[in-house]
Each structure stands twice: as C-alpha cells, then as structure tokens.
Write a protein that binds this ligand. Sequence first.
Ligand code: NAD
Ligand code: DAU
Length: 350
Amino acid sequence: MSKRIIITGGAGFIGSHVVRLFVTKYPEYTIINLDALTYAGNLENLKDIENHPNYIFEKANIVDAEAVKAVFDKYKPDGVIHLAAESHVDRSITSPLDFVYTNVIGTVNLLNAAKELWKKDYSGKRFHHVSTDEVYGALGETGFFTEATKYDPHSPYSASKASSDHFVYAYSDTYGLPVVLTNCSNNYGPNHFPEKLIPLMIHNIIHNKPLPVYGDGKYTRDWLYVIDHARAIDQVFHQGTVGENYNVGGFNEWKNIDLVKLLCKQMDEKLERPAGTSEQLITFVKDRPGHDLRYAIDASKINKELGWAPSVTFEEGLSKTIDWYLENKEWLDHVTSGAYQAYYEQQYAH
Ligand code: NAD
Ligand code: DAU
C-alpha cells in the first residue's frame, strides 16, 4: 500500500527524528515534511536523509489556511502526523499569542484540510496529533498522569496544547475524523534546541558559562530519549485505536538540580576536567512564573496495548546525547550563530 504522509514540524527537534524514522523504515511511503522554518526549524537536522527519493520538504506556515490546503491538494496525503508547534514554555510566557496562532489555529487549519480532502472517506486515513503531558497540569510529590487525568493546563503553552487536543477530539466526535493522540513527557537527545534545559546546560558547560537553575531546582520532570518517542509515534500511528490517546513517558523522574549535577559529572569525565569543575557553574536564578512542580507519566496503556517500552536507560541516553553534542560542534555553532537559518536558501530555494 502506498502511503503519503504529511509530517508537520519535521525540521524541529522531535519531528526530525520522526521524519528520519519514517523515511528510512518505510521506503514505500512518501514523507512530506511541512514546516515554516521558525527559529526552531533547522533543516541541518535532516542532512543525512534529505536526498532520499521518498522525502519531500515543503516550506509552509500552518497558520495560513490557504497554504496548508495547497500542500494537501498537491500531495493528497492519507496520513498526517502533526508536530509543528511553538514548544517552549518560557517563550509562551512572554508571547502567548504566537502559541494561540500556531498551536490552536494552525492545528484547526490542518484538521480542516484533512476533513475537506478526505470527504468522509476515512478508510486507511489517520490524523495523529502529537501533544504533551503538560495538558494535565502539575502533580504533587506522588502520583502519575494517566489517560483519564483531567486537563488542567497552567502555562500559555500548555493551555494552547490543551486547546488543540480538544479541537482534535471535537473533529473526531463531530465529523468522525480518524484521530489518535499521544501525550508525551520531556524529551532529550540529539538536535534539541539549546533553549531547553538539557542542551542549554550542555552548551554552557562546554563554554564554561553559568548553569541557570530556576527556583530551588526541586522541580521534577520525566525524561524520555527522543528516538523512543519517535518509536512510540510510529506504533500509535499504525496500531493505535482511533479516537484514543496514549501517554508516553520514560518512568524516569529527575529533580532538575539532580539532573544538572549528573550532567556536570558526565561532562567533566568526557571533557577530562577535574571532578566538580562544572558543578561550580550552577547558579540558582529567578523562578519561572507558574512553574509546574512535577510531571510523571503512567505509560502502561501504550506498553500493554502496543508493546512499546523505552529502549535506552537514562544514563545511556544522556551519555549518547552529550557525545552527540561534542561530536557535532558545528551544529551547535550554527544554531547559536544563526547560520542554520541560511541552509534552506542554500539547499532548496532556486
Ligand atoms: P521544536 O520547537 O523543536 O520544533 C517545532 C517545529 O515546528 C519547528 O521545526 C518549527 O519550524 C515548526 N513550526 C513552528 N511553528 C510553525 C508553523 N506556524 N507552521 C509550520 N511549522 C511550524 O518542537 P519539539 O520540541 O520538537 O516538539 C514537537 C511537538 O512535540 C510539539 O507539538 C510539542 O508540543 C510536542 N512535545 C514536545 C515535547 C518535548 O519535550 N520537546 C514533549 C512532548 C510533546
Ligand atoms: O513535558 C513535556 C514538555 O517538556 C514539552 O511539552 C515542551 O515542549 C518542552 O519544552 C518541555 O517543557 P519544560 O518546560 O518541562 O522543559 P524545559 O527544558 O524548558 O525545562 C525543564 C525544567 O527545567 C523545568 O522545570 C524548567 C527548568 N529549567 C529550564 C531552563 C530552560 C531551568 O531550571 N533552567 C533553565 O534554564
């Protein structure tokens, strides 16, 4: 069966791993990467697969309904995997409207385009919405988010993602659109933009810069290696029950301060610096407003129903991630200098 799948946000962190997995694992599919190339979009993430015959890049903004329709009309996809989003909580606190446009309106534009193209002939069709555990709000010291946890978002980012999830369910309930959703915990790994905790700390340790830890550093996140998230998306897209969501997480909780100390330890070893060198860079800074105390995912549904489980331990994943950043200094330099934004013009625009 030939499948044409639009993956939105494929030039970003997680999207690039999903695109690579689908392009290489399913040579019989055509994968169309639809991405606006915002500051978070980096086509250097996909250099290794950009010439594969089953890969196509389309620069388009999902906020522009006409542009979205044009891409759908051109490729007539049977599947959509939607990752494009404004993804950084701190940016949502300073610019909430950008999150409403892309995460809410952009998602509705995609839902409309799929609904119009498929015209109720839903056989073999699938709209997979990639969402976050942040829609569930914050946990106290104990407990887990399950698929039944009530939505209770706190930041403008999580409010926009919760809103987009509700629209996805609404299109399923109202129009019968065949949707699946995944709500995942914090990802880490190669190609992570260095505004997020782990890559920012790696970057700053390399450059001997302060390591800003918000508040008392006791906030807790559940970390998952990005390639395991991509594997989960593959399984849910193909085998998930239509109309349902699946929580994805690593059963791997870390307080931020403990995680930063582990990173410092591993990096001192890899950079052959005396033990304790990097820890001296830790600086406690002003807290994030509305900072959620703790996230922890119960991923037993996807494990029991689809057999998914993380493939790497945290120590292995973190070590691989640090090695990737040390071996790909050019990637990091291009991101911090802004040079990565010229890649599209150089490679694609004629
Ligand atoms: P990212 O910020 O690294 O990448 C986002 C991508 O979307 C970029 O390539 C960007 O150019 C593109 N994009 C942004 N606005 C767009 C627009 N208006 N039109 C078209 N493209 C646009 O994000 P990420 O961390 O890879 O997250 C991907 C998805 O996964 C998001 O939906 C996010 O909410 C979700 N998610 C992320 C995490 C995480 O830990 N990073 C965890 C759970 C869920
Ligand atoms: O839980 C899933 C979510 O994880 C995704 O939906 C988001 O897209 C993704 O950005 C991430 O959100 P977080 O806010 O948890 O990630 P971030 O890396 O920004 O922060 C992780 C924790 O580290 C959080 O408690 C805030 C803290 N932090 C972050 C930064 C950038 C610091 O202490 N210092 C920092 O400099």
